[in-house]
Design a protein. Structure first.
Length: 154
């Protein structure tokens, strides 16, 4: 009788190992998915902050396109874009100047039927996921926008 019981415990241990071998990969995929989701949220917040930084800069009078000579307008726009790219580089996110769009003198609704001119900065970024880029996982496209009301151009 005792031999039979001992043999039964060994069978149980083998079953536990098999169950662990089945469940462990699923748990690891879940863990990597949670970590990746957290990284995506972090990077989206950084993109949002970079767009705000660019919008903050673009509303300043010295960066006002309408008061800048036509020959210098591209330089002013590139300076705003470069500020956004530099902000992201501090956080180890690399984008090109072409991933940043600057739209100054857009109409902004400030409520109560009133409107003003504003600046809108859009930042686009694509990041690959940790698990792999095969189906159903693939690169994640993130887009952040910030719109600020322009200060008076001098």
């Amino acid at each position: 009788m005792r031999k039979h019981r001992k043999h039964g415990r060994q069978d149980q241990r083998g079953a536990v190992l098999v169950e662990m071998a089945i469940v462990l990969p699923l748990l690891l995929v879940l863990l990597v998915g949670v970590v990746d989701y957290g990284l995506v949220l972090r990077e989206y917040q950084i993109l949002q902050n970079a767009a705000r930084e660019g919008a903050r800069l673009s509303i300043l009078p010295q960066y006002c396109i309408s008061s800048t000579p036509a020959s210098d307008q591209a330089a002013v726009t590139n300076a705003i874009k470069q500020r956004v790219v530099d902000y992201l580089a501090q956080e180890q996110i690399t984008i090109a100047l072409t991933d940043v769009t600057v739209a100054q003198n857009i109409v902004v609704d400030i409520g109560g039927g009133l409107s003003a001119t504003g600046s809108k900065i859009t930042v686009s970024y694509t990041r690959s996921v940790l698990i792999g880029n095969g189906w159903p996982f693939g690169p994640i496209a993130l887009k952040a926008e910030a719109t600020f009301r322009n200060l008076q151009c001098s």
